[in-house]
Design a protein around this ligand. Sequence first.
Ligand code: C2O
Length: 550
Amino acid sequence: KITRHYNFNVQLQNVTRLCQTKSIVTINGRFPGPRVIAREGDRLVIKVTNNVPYNVTIHWHGVRQLRSAWADGPAYVTQCPIQTGQTFVYNFTVTGQRGTLWWHAHISWLRTTLYGPIVILPKKHVPYPFPQTFKEVPIIFGEWWKADTETVINQAMQTGLAPNLSNAYTINGFPGFLYNGTTKDTFKLKVKAGKTYLLRLINAALNNELFFGIANHTLTVVEADAVYVKPFRTNYVLITPGQTINVLLKTKSKAPNAAFVIAARPYATGPAAFDNTTATGLLEYKKSSVSNTKTKNKKLRLLRPVLPKFNDTIFAMKFNKKVRSLANARFPAKVPKTVDKHFFFTVGLGISSCPKNQACQGPNNTRVTAAVNNVSFVMPNIALLQAHFFNKSKGVYTTDFPANPPFRFNYTGTPPNNIMISSGTKAVVLPFNASVELILQDTSIIGAESHPLHLHGFNFFVVGQGNGNFDPKKDPSKFNLVDPAERNTIGVPSGGWVAVRFFADNPGVWFMHCHLEVHTSWGLKMAWIVQDGKLHHQKLPPPPSDLPKC
Ligand code: C2O
């Protein structure tokens, strides 16, 4: 076990994409941001210094933060923001996890440009449960706007309409050659023939689930959200914002005289407009130097992959069902077999009354908003975790978050006409180590749309998923309690549901939200408060002395 130190200097940097230069918020001037590497069991000490004129926090997405909730990062949930000129040290141990995760800013929409990979290697001398790999390559998807981030957020927040579409999707920061004048801005993966590569896929896009594929190559999925899965082969991958998926890429045994297009483009089921363009990169084989001299002038053929249709919900459901835990002796799946606390949450869009003096563009002077169980979450002015830890919840939050929707209806059928959303800062309190079952039901109040739900502080087991309304009489008998996927983010299918289970074994305040940034901003978020256990090692220690103040 070792301690690894990183210095994260938050600074502005001019970056040129799509033939335009703009100043963006970066870590150490790099875009995408630096890679954080650790081995399972290591301690990470990451000193973040804010040198930009915005408040900042960093979240270590998917890191369980066992008894280190203070280092989790969501602004006003576990900490107050790091203000301009201030420093905060994120100090945590990576326990019981190995694989790919990522870090990103967790305040406003700063994660548009502030993100990077986290690579957690197995403990020394512990092999992967899949073939030896020749090389490992993080591939991180994002979105690029020509406008500055502030303009994009304000537009989404003030009108209650979808934000301006991004101008491009990106692969490792580059849009690729299908966008105007960006041939040079293309990510290239140079490979050798006959080798196995591990691609660490990360979806850091703000508002889009993505399909990913490489022309004429199949991929083998071996890990999702830093948990090994039963390997399966596929031509393309579906990855929602927040998720990470490791795939093996076996290169062809002889270097072909062709280049292969790497492509990512959206999976979208919603009523809103979306950017149906494609980010591209290139997979190129290195030729041996001998053949290189002769074939110099031969033009390479360019082969393109065929990705599923943008609204291929059947592929999406099938793909998600293929993801299964290894669930063997070395990597057992500790699925809760019984349930102490049951919750049924509707997730989706709705409407709320329009604030005074604002032009709202929803029906009858309303605005479009988003909610869990008809509650649109309001961010507090001080961090929930501080209020909880020091018993100062009064005026900050209440603990009456509803365990069920206000009333039952046909969630995926004709929209009822009285679905108004209320707002509040409400949390659910869970006793330490309770086993929790949570049904997430997508609603079609405004239109069916899938929502990638992300839970901080835990992995949950995806014990069931289906289309239409969840049926409490029939569906639970089909739950998979043997080898369900263990994840931190799951796409609740458009007009469908997922059932997840987890043990509340991590004391603190834990955010849960849709990882589509626009839906989070509109209120599709809530908080769980997990109480301390009785024993010393079941309690959350006090905050670090440099924890920022509000
Ligand atoms: Cu990756 Cu709360 O987020």
